[in-house]
Write a protein that binds this ligand. Structure first.
Ligand SMILES: Nc1ncnc2c1ncn2[C@@H]1O[C@H](COP(=O)(O)OP(=O)(O)OP(=O)(O)O)[C@@H](O)[C@H]1O
Length: 283
């Protein structure tokens, strides 16, 4: 049974100039322990699709799907209280801006322990012990002392480690990582990716990696979904995608990698003739 299965997901936003379709009929599924990358340029609807799964879109969004199930449970049929028992516990998400994702007014210890209190019902002593264990797992030195730090007292890389600690606190079955390294400098990016992959393997989680970076896709994913303007253009296992891309859009993304440069200037996606080849049409 798929861990997450989505059929025909559409998301539209009410805007001052009328409805805007950000996601146009996407199908997507991920198996337990699988790493799925969702790749595509900015604005292709990667984050919005996953925020729809998490139920984190603003009221201006209308989400429709023929199916959205997690571990066999129909997420669309659950009432908000039942859905909250799954979201943040069995499915968790980390975001691009770790410092902005943490609350500046509370210590990181409080924020981690709050997750454990709400979802796991742990008492104070259990929460503190688990918080220390989690900071150790994500590689933060002197974890007991660091629990008393506020987010602004930590580096961006450390804040992302704290976000990861919060996300894995309840042993989720599925972790969604939305551009988790984009806001970090290059050396830290590699450390955070390595940490995510280590935790995914050790904890047997499904991992959805949202990225615009084909290098990250190559290093992490088993399978890849390519999105463009809210439409799924292609889906393939990672080797097939790199060796034999089916859609012109995927070919354009690959051609824009620095390693594939042949002339003085890298081609951009819009330089390449665009003919949707696999699923859906992009306009
Ligand atoms: N609250 C909102 N109201 C209106 N439009 C929105 C809203 N949130 C997102 N959008 C639009 O939906 C489209 C998809 O956005 P989304 O954030 O999913 O893109 P993305 O592929 O994740 O790109 P990025 O990497 O830049 O986040 C974009 O055109 C964006 O402007």
């Amino acid at each position: 049974m798929a861990l997450l299965e989505i059929k025909n997901l559409t998301v539209s936003f009410d805007t001052s100039s009328g409805p805007f379709m950000a996601v146009k009929g996407i199908d997507l599924s991920i198996e337990p322990r699988e790493v799925l990358a969702i790749v595509g340029e900015s604005g292709s609807g990667k984050s919005v699709s996953m925020l729809a799964v998490m139920g984190l879109l603003p009221p201006s969004a209308t989400v429709k799907a023929d199916r959205m199930s997690f571990n066999g449970k129909d997420l669309l049929a659950l009432d908000p209280a039942e859905r909250r028992k799954i979201i943040g516990k069995d499915i968790s998400m980390i975001f691009q801006e770790p410092i902005a994702s943490l609350n500046p007014c509370f210590t990181v210890g409080y924020q981690i322990e709050e997750v454990l209190r709400v979802h796991m019902g742990m008492d104070k002593v259990q929460r503190r012990a688990r918080a220390v264990e989690l900071l150790t797992l994500v590689g933060i030195p002197e974890p007991t002392e660091r629990l008393n730090s506020f987010p602004h007292q930590m580096s961006g890389g450390q804040c992302q480690r704290v976000m990861i600690a919060m996300a894995i606190a309840c042993n989720p079955k599925l972790l969604i990582a939305d551009e988790p390294t984009t806001a970090l400098d290059v050396t830290i990016q590699k450390q955070i990716l390595d940490l995510l992959m280590k935790l995914q393997a050790e904890h047997g989680m499904g991992l959805i990696m949202i990225t615009h970076n084909m290098g990250v896709v190559a290093e992490t994913a088993d399978r890849v979904v390519v999105q463009y303007k809210g439409t799924k253009m292609e889906e393939a296992d990672v080797l097939s995608l790199f060796e034999n891309p089916k859609s012109n859009y995927t070919r354009a993304l690959l051609a824009a990698l620095p390693d594939n440069a042949t002339g003085d200037r890298l081609p951009t996606v819009s330089d390449m003739l665009f003919e949707p080849a696999v699923s859906g049409a992009a306009s």
